[in-house]
Structures are given as C-alpha cells and as structure tokens.
Design a protein around this ligand. Structure first.
Ligand SMILES: Cc1cc2nc3c(=O)[nH]c(=O)nc-3n(C[C@H](O)[C@H](O)[C@H](O)COP(=O)(O)OP(=O)(O)OC[C@H]3O[C@@H](n4cnc5c(N)ncnc54)[C@H](O)[C@@H]3O)c2cc1C
Length: 278
C-alpha cells in the first residue's frame, strides 16, 4: 500500500530501464507508483549493457518511438544528471560495399540532419580508427554509463515519491491484486517489465508470442597500436551493424554486403555478431 494507505495507481514489476521508464512516465502524469524488483539491487541487462542509445538507425514506427525515447532521455538527464553524451555515433566503412550502403542511407535521409556523411579523415578524427574509406555520423545517437544512469534515475524517481521495494518477487496477478513473495499489493494497473523472465512470470503469454531466450555478450579488449591504446571516442559501428539495424538492413545495397560478409566470415554470421566498439 502507498504511504497514505491508498492503493498505488500503478505497480511496476522490474526496476530495469524499461520499468524505470514506465515509472517516470506515470509519475509525470501524477500517478502514485511502486516499483518492485526480485533482486537486492538491479543487475539485469540495464546495468550490464554498454549504454549506446542508438536512436538513428531505426525505421518506421521504431524510429518514431526512438525519437520520443531520445526526448525522454534528455529530460531524465536534466532531472537526474545522467552525464548523457550527445556527440553521436559513427558508422565506419572499411570497404566499398559498406560505403555504398551508407550512400543509400544518406540519400534516403537527405532531408534529415541526423545522418551526416563523413570523409576518411573525419572518421579517423571522431573514432580514433585508421584505414576507413569513409562513414556517417549518427548525430542524434547518445551514450550513458548504465551503471551511473540507472541508479540516478532511481534516486530521482524516489525523490518524486515513487516507492521502490527490492527482494520482492512478483508471483502472479489476478483481479486487482499482485501476488509477491512479500505479500499482496493491491494493483489497479500493473506493468510487467521483467525482460526475459516473462517466460517464468507469464509462461502462457510467452508461449503464445514464441518468446525465446537468447544470449548477448560483450568483450572487453585492449588494442594497442604504435604504443597507443585504441579507444573509440564515440560508439563506433561497422558493416556488421548495417546488416542488423532496420534503417539499413533493407536497403538494396545491403544484400551484396551481407553476402560478402557472410562468405568471408561464416562464424560471425552464425553467431549473429554485431561488431561495434564503445
Ligand atoms: C551485454 C548487453 C549489451 C547491451 N547493450 C545495449 C546498448 O548499448 N544499447 C541498448 O539500447 N541496449 C543494449 N542492450 C539491451 C538492453 O540492455 C536491454 O534491452 C534493456 O536493458 C532491457 O531492460 P529491461 O528493464 O527490460 O530488463 P532488465 O534490465 O533485465 O530488468 C528486468 C528486471 O526485472 C526483474 N525481475 C524479473 N522477474 C521478476 C519478478 N518475477 N519479480 C520482480 N522482479 C523481477 C529483474 O530482477 C530485473 O532487475 C544490451 C544488452 C546486453 C545484455
């Protein structure tokens, strides 16, 4: 129950970035919100990711959502001090077929200042890489440190009256009640933001929607060249990334790139690798 004894207007299950986003939107509408999480402290994907906010290479409805999401991140940055980096990301073209995709991308968005073609020198200056033929600057992309951003959003929401309950596992919901490992919470509305654990909490729904668990990992590497450590200045995407994001995956030139990369490096294709650095 909320502090005053009145039920919460919204119960959010999961204190990852999706749950925090739902709580932020609800509190902005004046709702009384509680967020519960099974963990003692969030350690999910929202903490383990590399914080690249890739707004630009989305298409259609996803692009509209990405633009709204960008506005929300900026607002949260102003409220909670997230150290949001707004200097974009760069796609590096290391081969002619990658440049062709980027030319098509730029042509399809010639009225959109979010995609800026770069020459080889610009790419080198922005990314610290060498040998690129050219690239594009994804001007609207941003970056946060997830280990800083998520807790700061949490503190900011708590200061606005959102209650947080950790070590509290949602077990299921029925007719206005959320059952948890620490008793029931009267719940007018509930948002389940439990990521892959949706298959445990709502197995039938997960089955219906053919939810399948998958893994996503990053490598931490140190690359030394000529006595310097190579450290990309902004998130740096490659040809493999162009196969993945919806704004480039369907461009005509992408098919030839896909065929070349898959033939050149079958294990990368099998493992569905997105080669990018941050
Ligand atoms: C290695 C890696 C790198 C990534 N890099 C990026 C990136 O750079 N940019 C990007 O946009 N995306 C990235 N992603 C994806 C992004 O991190 C996720 O899509 C996002 O964090 C999912 O947020 P979430 O809130 O849905 O899930 P989570 O952060 O996993 O939060 C779910 C929460 O639900 C809680 N929970 C689960 N079940 C219950 C229950 N029954 N009761 C109560 N609580 C429960 C869990 O304890 C957890 O805290 C990356 C992901 C990974 C794994």
């Amino acid at each position: 129950m909320a502090g005053s004894g009145a039920p919460y207007d919204l119960t959010v299950v999961g204190a990852g970035i999706v749950g925090l986003g739902a709580a932020a939107a609800a509190v902005e509408c004046g709702l009384r919100v509680v967020v519960i999480d099974a963990a003692a402290e969030p350690r999910g994907a929202s903490i383990r990711n590399f914080g690249h906010l890739g707004f630009t290479l989305q298409s259609g409805f996803a692009r509209q959502l990405a633009q709204r999401s960008r506005a929300r991140w900026r607002q949260l940055d102003a409220q909670a001090g997230l150290d949001l980096r707004t200097d974009g990301a760069v796609v590096v073209a290391r081969a002619e077929d990658e440049l062709s995709v980027l030319r098509e991308l730029a042509a399809a968005h010639d009225d959109d200042a979010a995609i800026v073609p770069l020459g080889a020198e610009d790419v080198a200056g922005r990314t610290g890489t060498c040998g690129a033929l050219g690239g594009v600057w994804l001007r609207e992309d941003c970056q946060v440190s997830p280990r800083i951003a998520a807790p700061r959003i949490r503190y900011s929401l708590a200061a606005q009256g959102v209650d947080f309950r950790y070590r509290t596992t949602a077990l299921g919901a029925e007719s206005g009640l959320l059952h948890t490992s620490r008793g029931d919470i009267p719940a007018v509305r509930t948002v389940f933001a439990v990521n892959q654990d949706i298959d445990r909490l709502c197995p039938e729904l997960a089955e219906q929607r053919a939810v399948r668990r998958c893994g996503l990992d990053m490598l931490r590497v140190r690359i030394r060249r000529g006595g310097h450590t190579l450290a990309p200045v902004v998130p740096t995407l490659t040809g493999w990334s162009l196969l993945r994001y919806s704004a480039t995956a369907v461009l005509p030139a992408t098919e030839a790139l896909r065929q070349r990369l898959h033939a050149q490096d079958p294990p990368m294709a099998t493992w569905d690798v997105n080669l990018m650095c941050t």
